[in-house]
Design a protein around this ligand. Structure first.
Ligand code: PGA
Length: 250
C-alpha cells in the first residue's frame, strides 16, 4: 500500500511572521490527519524557522530546489547537505516554473534528482506538459521524455520508493484543474511506463497530482487508482485549506 502524500509548495511567498503562523496552524490541525504523509516546502530562507516549529509533529519539511553539485563555487545554489542540516527530508526538483522561467533542462533536473538521492534527500520529481503540448496530443511523450532523463542518468531503480508529481503546466495557478479522468490517464501511463522496466518500482512509486488542487476537488482526484496524493501551491498557503486537503486525502 502506498501512503498518500500531501505536499505544500509555498513558492516565493511569506515573511518571517507569516510562515511561523502558517506552520503553527498546520501543526495545530495535525491531530485530524492520521493517514497522509504531510510535507511543506517553504522558501529556503524560512526552512530553519519552519522546521523549528514543525519539530515534534509528523510534518516533514522539503526545499523547492536543490543543487546538482555537492559543494563549492556554485553561487546562489543550496546543497543537499545544507538542506539536511536545516531539517529537510524532501526536495522538489524540476518544477515547471524552474524549467520554464529559469531554463532548467531535463538533464539538469536529472542531475539535481541524482544529487538529492546520493545525499539522502528524497526528491519530489515534477513533470508535466504545457497547454500547447496537450493540444498537440504529446502529453505522454513529454512526460516520458522528462522521466527518461532521470532513468538515463540513474536507472529505473532510482525511482524505488520515489515520488513523481504530475503537474500539467496549464493547470498550475490557473484554477483550471485537470479532470480526475484526465489526471488518472496520465498517472496510469506513467506507472505503466515504469512497470514495463520494473514492476516493483512501479508498484511502490507515489505519483502526486499538482495543478489547482484544492479542498473541493482533492477527494475526487486522490480517489483515482493511480493518484497517490497532491502537490499543492496556492491552496497550501492557508492552514485551514491545506489541512482540508490532507483530510480529503484520507
Ligand atoms: P497550484 O500550484 O496548486 O497553485 O496550481 C501547484 C504547483 O505549482 O506545485
Amino acid at each position: 500500500m502506498r501512503q498518500v502524500m500531501v505536499a505544500g509548495n509555498w513558492k516565493m511567498n511569506g515573511s518571517s511572521e507569516s510562515v511561523k503562523e502558517l506552520i503553527a496552524g498546520i501543526k495545530d490541525g495535525m491531530a485530524s490527519v492520521t493517514k497522509a504523509e504531510v510535507v511543506v516546502c517553504p522558501p529556503a530562507v524560512y526552512i530553519p524557522r519552519v522546521s523549528g516549529v514543525a519539530d515534534g509533529s509528523a510534518i516533514k519539511v522539503g526545499s523547492q530546489n536543490i543543487c546538482d553539485e555537492d559543494k563549492g563555487a556554485f553561487t546562489g545554489e543550496i546543497s543537499a547537505d545544507m538542506l539536511k542540516d536545516i531539517g529537510c527530508e524532501y526536495a522538489i526538483v524540476g518544477h515547471s516554473e524552474r524549467r520554464a522561467l529559469y531554463g532548467e533542462s531535463d538533464e539538469l533536473v536529472a542531475k539535481r534528482f541524482a544529487a538529492a538521492r546520493r545525499n539522502g534527500i528524497k526528491p519530489i520529481f515534477c513533470i508535466g506538459e504545457t497547454l500547447e503540448e496537450r493540444e498537440s496530443g504529446v502529453t505522454n511523450d513529454v512526460c516520458s521524455r522528462q522521466i527518461d532523463a532521470v532513468i538515463a542518468l540513474e536507472g529505473v531503480e532510482a525511482l524505488t520508493d520515489g515520488v513523481i508529481a504530475y503537474e500539467p503546466v496549464w493547470a498550475i495557478g490557473t484554477g483550471k484543474v485537470a479532470t480526475p479522468e484526465q489526471a488518472q490517464d496520465v498517472h496510469a501511463f506513467i506507472r505503466g511506463k515504469i512497470a514495463a522496466l520494473n514492476a516493483d518500482v512501479a508498484e511502490g512509486l507515489r505519483i502526486l497530482y499538482g495543478g489547482s488542487m484544492n479542498a473541493g476537488n482533492a477527494k475526487d482526484l486522490i480517489g483515482q487508482t493511480d493518484i497517490d496524493g497532491g502537490l499543492i501551491g496556492g491552496a497550501s498557503l492557508k492552514a485551514e485549506d491545506f489541512l482540508a486537503i490532507c483530510q480529503a486525502a484520507e
